[in-house]
Each structure stands twice: as structure tokens, then as C-alpha cells.
Design a protein around this ligand. Structure first.
Ligand code: HOZ
Length: 428
């Protein structure tokens, strides 16, 4: 069992200095009534905390560590760039390199704008959609989280659900009323709202594979309905692939479903673990952005050379190795074996995975929307999570988050995880 004395001390100190002791709410472990683990290093599939405990990591910095932590090629690319400058506030060829790599994997993107986070990507994509269509209303889906953007912080998933804050104070009501949130995977509910507001509908934004209410893929029919009605109406369909992009497959969820969105938002993964985001789409829409067009968006650190170097290194590896089948097999092996342990204890358990992204729920049936996720068993989740942490397995600390696996999670690492899960299950 891990001793986390130093993490406890650092958390006490951090709480005096930062709200909740963290810079992003889910990390505080408040919902599982635990002390967050403070880390000092990471390599491959492992994290090491400040008390020298080792954890098998199933968060992977919420996505980017597809090839494991501190991959030598990414480390080398960052080191090389550090020697020649970390920020110029001016163009480099590195940006075009990342743009070309992304275009190769995601053909719906003809032009792209680099930003600094997924939040910035969705925020700017919404502004562009409004500017391009000349319309103002937005449809989103309950439990989808698109960053902490005012217009999108309505019935959002991730930390907003984890802490039971369906709407955030500070979001002006006049802005919030332009956003309509509809149950995920519910075609009838969508069509009804769509028909009511279609004359002023700028965009429909969706996580085609939701990774912020646990892991919940959209149904084909649901996503196809969003595509066809948006096209008929001249509204833009925005796929938020901040979580699913380069995670579920090389071409993201849009490749899995063979559906072409008008705009795509990407995040952390394309920076190989450095702060980055991007949004892109057809030339016609993207050229509506300044300085080509009238919609304004800017940033000194956008296309930052360090982030672009790390991103290029990771994307080149992903394009050449296409690790997604292997990743899916790994998560399936893990989850299938976890299921049989749960079954032998009579604990309701279900799971799903695509590529390197997965989810498990303490429920008999896989949830299809936010309400179903919310009603999965909290008591078992908290007990399981807490015991796993003590044994050195680092799963996402909220049932409203997804799991991530890396190519460095080899058979030994998976078996090590399973033997620890077995030990945890002895306490049930
Ligand atoms: N909202 C993030 C995942 N969906 C968590 C971010 C973090 O705490 O790093």
C-alpha cells in the first residue's frame, strides 16, 4: 500500500496558494474524497510520485501520451528546439509541418489555425461559425464538455459534472440563452430543438465520441442525423475531437464513423504533451478568419515552436506506426479481465473501447447518455478508485472522465495492473 505523506504535505501547501490546491478542478480528487497524488516524473506507462511510489498510468495526461511518457523522439525534438529558442511570436516552418501532418490524417481539414488549448479551439470555432453563417444559436449535448468556454459551459461534462455544477455563475445569461443543450444520442430530442431554432442556428457542436462523461460513443444514426440536418440548413457541424482526435484512430472519430464535419477542434494530443490546440476545416470557412477574413482570433504563443516540435515528433510516429489496433487490443485485454473479476464478485460492470481510449462503468448496461452515466454506482466507483490508487494504479478520478492507454502498456504492465486489481477486489 502506498504511503503518500509528501503528497499530503504538498496539497496542504497548495491549498493556501491556489483555489482547491489545483489549477484544474478534477485533479483535486474532491469527489472521491481523496488527496491528489503529486508527481515528480514519468516514463513509458509509469508515473512516480513525490513519495517515490510508482503508478501504472491510465490517464496519460488526458490523452497525449499515446506512445508513453517521455518518448525519446519527443524528448529529443524538444531539447533540440530549446537550444534555438522557445518562442518567437513570429512564424516558423514547424507550424506548416504540423499542419501537413494533421491534414494527412484528417482530410476534412484543408486549413488549420493553431491555438494553445482545446478550450481556445472550441471557443474560436464557435466564433468562426457565428461569423461565417451570420447566425447566433448553438446546439450542444448534455455531458459533452468543450472546455470552459462561456457559450459551451452549459450542462457540460468533465469537472462540471464531477462537481455537480450544471451551469457556472459568471456566464452571462444573454449568452447562455443562445446555447441549447440536448440529451446525447437522442435523435428525436435533437430534431425537435433543431426545428425550433434552425433559422438562427450557427452550429451544432458535439464530441462524436464523448470522453467527458466517461467514454460514450455517439451512435452512427445520431451523428448522421446531425450531419444531414446541419448541411440542409447551412449550419456548421463542429466535431470536438480534443479527446478523440489521434486517440481512437489516426483520423479520429470522423474516420471511425466516416462523417465529415465542417470544423474540427483538436487539443493536447497534437502537441505531444505540450500546451496546444487547433481548429480546422474547409478553405472556404477557414479563410473567414483574420487576416484573410473578418473573424478575429490571435495569440502570441499560438504555433509555439516547442509545442510544434513535440507535436511533429508525436504525429510522425503515429502516422508511421498507426498503433490504434494494438492499443485497442491492449485495453480490451485489460477490461475483459477486469469484467471477469467483477462478475465473480457479483459487481455490475460494463466497458467499451475504441483505439487507445476506453471507459468502464459500475452498471450492468453501458450508458448511452449523461443521465445514464450519472446513475451508475458512485459508492463502488469511489471505493474501487481509492483502492487502486493505494495499489499504484492511476485511473481517472471521476466517472465523468475517460481512460487512456499507451503503446508502452505491454503485456507485463497489463498483467501487473490485473494482479493489483485482483488484490483490490479482495476487499469487496
Ligand atoms: N477536464 C480535463 C479532462 N477532461 C481534466 C484536465 C486536467 O485536470 O488536467
Amino acid at each position: 500500500m502506498n504511503n503518500i505523506e509528501e503528497s499530503i504535505r504538498l496539497f496542504i501547501e497548495a491549498k493556501q496558494l491556489m483555489p482547491g490546491g489545483v489549477n484544474s478542478p478534477v485533479r483535486a480528487f474532491k469527489n472521491i474524497k481523496g488527496n491528489p497524488i503529486f508527481f515528480k516524473s514519468a516514463k513509458g506507462p509509469y508515473l512516480t510520485d513525490v513519495d517515490n511510489n510508482r503508478y501504472v498510468d491510465y490517464i496519460g495526461s488526458w490523452g497525449p501520451m499515446i506512445m508513453g511518457h517521455s518518448h525519446p523522439k519527443i524528448v529529443e525534438a524538444i531539447k533540440k528546439q530549446v537550444e534555438v529558442g522557445t518562442s518567437y511570436g513570429a512564424p516558423t516552418g514547424l507550424e506548416s509541418n504540423v499542419a501537413k501532418l494533421i491534414k494527412k490524417a484528417l482530410p476534412s481539414i484543408e486549413k488549420i489555425r493553431m491555438v494553445n488549448s482545446g478550450t481556445e479551439a472550441t471557443m474560436s470555432a464557435i466564433r468562426l461559425a457565428r461569423g461565417f453563417t451570420g447566425k447566433e444559436k448553438i446546439i450542444k449535448f448534455d455531458g459533452c464538455y468543450h472546455g470552459h468556454v462561456d457559450s459551451l459551459l452549459i450542462k457540460a461534462g468533465s469537472g462540471v459534472s464531477t462537481f455537480g455544477l450544471p451551469d457556472s455563475p459568471g456566464v452571462p445569461e444573454d449568452l447562455a440563452k443562445l446555447t441549447y443543450s440536448v440529451p446525447y444520442n437522442d435523435i428525436d430530442a435533437f430534431v425537435k430543438v433543431f426545428n425550433n431554432i434552425k433559422d438562427d442556428l450557427a452550429a451544432v457542436i458535439v464530441e462524436p465520441i464523448a470522453g467527458n462523461m466517461g467514454f460514450v460513443p455517439g451512435s452512427h444514426q445520431f451523428l448522421e442525423t446531425l450531419r444531414s440536418l446541419s448541411s440542409q440548413n447551412g449550419s456548421l457541424l463542429i466535431f470536438d475531437e480534443v479527446m478523440s482526435g489521434f486517440r481512437v484512430s489516426l483520423g479520429g472519430a470522423q474516420e471511425v464513423y466516416n462523417i465529415k464535419p465542417d470544423l474540427t477542434a483538436l487539443g493536447k494530443v497534437i502537441g505531444g504533451g505540450l500546451p496546444v490546440g487547433a481548429f480546422g476545416g474547409s478553405k472556404e470557412i477557414m479563410d473567414y478568419l483574420a487576416p484573410e477574413g473578418p473573424v478575429y482570433q490571435a495569440g502570441t504563443l499560438s504555433g509555439n515552436p516547442l509545442a510544434m516540435s513535440a507535436g511533429s515528433a508525436l504525429l510522425e510516429i503515429l502516422l508511421s506506426q498507426n498503433p490504434y489496433n494494438d492499443l485497442e487490443k491492449k485495453s480490451e485485454y485489460l477490461l475483459k479481465n477486469m469484467l471477469s473479476m467483477m462478475e465473480s464478485k457479483g459487481i455490475p460492470f460494463s466497458y467499451d473501447q475504441i483505439g487507445g481510449m476506453f471507459g468502464f462503468f459500475f452498471a450492468e448496461r453501458l450508458p448511452k447518455n449523461f443521465n445514464e452515466v450519472a446513475s451508475t454506482n458512485d459508492e463502488i466507483f469511489i471505493k474501487f478508485l481509492t483502492q487502486c490508487l493505494l495499489e499504484g494504479i492511476y485511473f481517472a478520478p471521476s466517472k465523468f472522465e475517460a481512460g487512456f492507454i499507451s503503446s508502452t502498456h505491454n503485456e507485463d504492465v497489463l498483467d501487473e495492473t490485473l494482479s493489483k486489481v485482483k488484490k483490490v477486489m479482495e476487499k469487496f
